[in-house]
Design a binder for this molecule. Structure first.
Ligand code: WTA
Length: 619
């Protein structure tokens, strides 16, 4: 499915377990595979349909030829003006615009590693990621539309540079795309010698071509930061050859994407789903990929279906949280529009059978199959899903491992839980696969500890059979191998399909002067799946107030981003604690969800429980 400059001599090298090496000896370029090789037959075909959020703005159809030109010119600029070279890391803080895949493919062309930070994150969150990856170049945009508002985004870059400097990293260049080329639309002034408008610079690179740099299959393609058990986000490092092979293969065989298809994944490219299944997979297959700038319900709940109708989208991909939202505000909208899907994907969270049914009957008009795809930032591509026309769909269950993936469920002691026993356990994958991350950037120990240490059978073994991958998700396997995911077993909360680390939110709360301790727990929510509830206790001498609660909530939005904003900040007299001083999050979670707190006899301070219940439940 891919074009290689040199074929590999070793398919899988396990000598440095569990750091697997795929396609060793192979030479490849991702930009070439997603762009250049399609020109001969398909240069006039649309690669990207960019749909602006304002409905009166025309959709932009970027052909493969145009993509080729824009990727080359930007790559030339990066190479000659910025001076980046193979192995450097360039950070993007970009929203859903066509310039994001263009920037990604320009880096890939040069063998430069890209690291995209979700556009909705703050400048500070961007800085943390730049510091971790020692990235001195930031690519951003002046502004973009979201929910009917034009958001001034450039100011986040100023914040990012400042915060990075405080952490000891000097950001040398900030490159700024313009939402309306030729018209700078931000209030934030340009800093001389640091900030550059890309469209101005590009004038010097008109017509320039840059040969794709053949890189080793094992050279990194990008970093994607994600939340884990500690406060610091981890830089998941993906390879070029293995990753591209995996996302291309799964795009074709699980999502049934072919060159004649119009494919729309309504995720954000700031997350792994967008990298794998808006950009690299579909473009490697020469499909037309839709990028929608805004929110699904703007200006009304018919918007996605109007876009599908206008572009004749036939493969659709979104998250359960979006489906729940559209079902709530516009249950009858899809039938008003004349579009026909052959295939629909869901990703990111478990989908409730009721919601699945609406997706199938109303959105898909009973014409489209559904693939419920379970996977993670770390895994590069799908792990479990049914295969179209081969394995039957089962609402609420992701399905068996996709071809090449062999899931197994272990109990806490490392025993296999037999399929069909109905017992839940920790979902693991028995075998390596090419899409698996290579490591955590700058932290190989974390790679081993977080994903392999738990179920490793022999730390000295070079045999992959001894190194199952631990997903950190709980699940149940049916007798015929279908996996039903129950959710994270670590300190990660999945809000609307977005991963948030509880430690990150707790650390943000602690930046408020009065706060002594903080604890985050997930609360069930009809639309978002889960939302964070934040408990704080105050230092001696401070009285609880609405004002403090608001400052805590604001601190979380400001430090991480609005998506992490707690449902509620509860100021409590003390945290429920074990005798060894550990905060009992389980008890707080039960209170937030209106459930029985269970056995609390081991608590050191059981008397706080009724007080907390009174604050939260008012009784
Ligand atoms: C959850 C997103 C149930 C899971 C691709 C996982 C799911 C986390 C599903 C990864 C699904 C993802 N059914 N749960 N189909 N897909 N998850 O890294 O808890 O943003 O560990 O990757 O989302 O989230 P991430």
């Amino acid at each position: 499915m891919l074009d290689w400059y040199e074929y590999w001599h070793t398919t899988l090298d396990t000598s440095n377990a569990p750091f697997w090496k795929w396609f060793v000896g192979g030479k490849i370029n991702a930009s070439y595979n997603c762009v250049d090789r399609h020109l001969k037959k398909n240069k006039n075909k649309t690669a990207i349909h960019f749909v602006p959020e304002p409905e009166n703005e025309a959709i932009q159809h970027v052909t493969y030829q145009e993509l080729f030109v824009r990727v080359n010119e930007f790559a030339a600029l990066l190479k000659d003006f910025v001076g980046v070279k193979k192995g450097d890391v360039v950070t993007f803080h970009l929203p859903m615009v066509a310039e994001l895949p263009i920037s990604m493919l320009a880096c890939a062309r040069l063998g430069v590693i890209h690291s995209e930070v979700f556009g909705g994150f703050t400048g500070g969150a961007c800085a943390t990621r730049m510091e971790d990856s020692n990235s001195r170049v930031l690519v951003t945009i002046d502004g973009y539309y979201r929910n009917g508002r034009f958001i001034d985004h450039k100011k986040n870059a100023d914040e990012a540079v400042k915060a990075a400097e405080e952490m000891g990293l000097k950001v040398e260049k900030v490159l700024i795309w313009e939402r309306y080329p030729g018209k700078y639309s931000s209030e934030s002034p340009l800093v001389e010698g640091r900030d550059y408008i890309i469209n101005d610079l590009l004038k010097d690179y008109r017509g320039k071509r840059v040969d794709p740099v053949p890189v080793a299959a094992e050279d990194p393609l990008f970093l994607m930061y994600t939340s884990g058990t500690t406060g610091k986000p981890k830089g998941v490092q993906h390879s070029t050859g293995g990753y591209l092979a995996y996302v291309t293969g799964t795009s074709k065989y699980i999502q049934d994407i072919h060159p004649e298809d119009v494919y729309w994944c309504m995720a954000d490219i700031g997350w792994i789903t967008g990298h794998s299944y808006i950009v690299y997979g579909p473009l490697a297959l020469c499909a037309s990929s839709v990028i929608y700038e805004g929110v699904p319900t703007y200006p009304d709940a018919g918007r996605p279906w109007r876009i599908a109708e206008e572009l004749d989208v036939n493969i659709f991909h979104t998250a359960p949280t979006t489906i729940r939202g559209l079902r709530k505000v516009g249950p009858d909208e899809p039938q008003k529009y004349n579009y026909h899907f052959k295939h629909m994907t869901t990703v990111g969270e478990p989908i409730e059978p009721e919601v699945w049914k609406w997706y199938y009957e109303v959105v898909g008009k009973k014409e489209a199959i559904i693939c419920d795809t379970w996977w993670q930032t770390e895994t590069g591509g799908f792990l479990c899903s049914t295969v179209p026309a081969i394995t039957p769909m089962r609402p609420g269950s992701a399905g068996p491992g996709v071809p090449g993936i062999h899931p197994v469920v272990y109990d806490d002691d490392g025993n296999e839980i037999p399929p069909g026993s109905g017992r839940a356990g920790n979902v693991c994958i028995r075998n390596p696969w090419p899409g698996l991350m290579q490591t955590i950037w700058g932290n190989p120990d974390r790679y081993v500890n977080d994903y392999f240490a738990r179920y490793c059978k022999d730390k000295n073994s070079k045999d992959w059979r001894d190194w199952p991958y631990f997903s950190n998700d709980g699940g149940v396997q049916s007798a015929d191998g279908y996996i039903r995911i129950l959710g994270r077993v670590d300190d990660v909360i999945n809000v609307s399909g977005h991963r948030l680390g509880t430690k990150e939110i707790e650390s943000a709360a602690l930046t408020v002067e009065e706060v002594a301790e903080s604890a985050v727990v997930p609360v069930a929510d009809d639309l978002k799946g889960r939302v964070p509830d934040l408990y704080v206790s105050l230092k001696p001498g401070y009285e609880p107030s609405e004002e403090i609660a608001k400052r805590v909530s604001d601190a979380v939005s400001e430090i991480i981003g609005k998506i992490a904003k707690p449902r509620k900040v509860w100021i409590v007299p003390d945290m429920p604690k074990t005798r060894s001083g550990k905060i009992m999050r389980r008890v707080l979670g039960a209170i937030s969800n209106g459930k029985d707190v269970g056995d609390v006899t081991t608590l050191a301070n059981g008397e706080v429980i009724p007080e907390i219940q009174k604050i939260v439940q008012g009784k």
